[in-house]
Write a protein of this length. Structure first.
Length: 141
């Protein structure tokens, strides 16, 4: 199959296929005498594997490791479990940070009384944020 067919079957665009090839995650296919790439079923399977990992937000270096583990099925699952446990811990940390962000945004939203006769409390809070408290863009001194 040609690159467009591969991309369509994998549910991505051609640039994604080329990116994974450049990154060494997807092997370069054979070329036809005309120069066109000719992809095989194995390319589609690998691309689907990569895309599934990415849909789970697995970083590319970890995808590379998972592909290496998949290529050596006689290796222990312990390394795969460790990689997945680390990814779960990262996701849990991000969830915690997102919950804290949600609380900050909800508190900020409560500052608005809808009265247009005075300056917007939310905008005022944005203007004075650096002076009042530390945040990601204004760390504590």
């Amino acid at each position: 199959m040609k690159i467009g067919e591969l991309a369509a079957q994998a549910g991505c665009d051609v640039q994604t296929v080329r990116f994974y090839e450049r990154e060494g995650l997807l092997a370069e296919p054979e070329r036809e005498p005309s120069g066109y790439r000719r992809y095989a079923t194995r390319h589609l399977q690998r691309l689907q594997f990569i895309r599934h990992c990415r849909s789970l937000d697995v970083p590319l270096p970890d995808v590379r490791d998972l592909l290496a583990f998949a290529a050596a099925p006689d290796r222990s699952c312990a390394q795969v479990n460790t990689l997945l446990d680390e990814h779960i811990a990262t996701v849990q940390q991000r969830l915690k940070a997102l919950r804290a962000l949600e609380k900050q945004l909800l508190a900020l939203r409560k500052q608005c009384d809808g009265d247009t006769s005075h300056p917007c409390a939310i905008l005022e809070s944005f203007m004075t944020a650096a002076e009042e408290h530390a945040c990601a863009c204004h760390p504590a001194a």
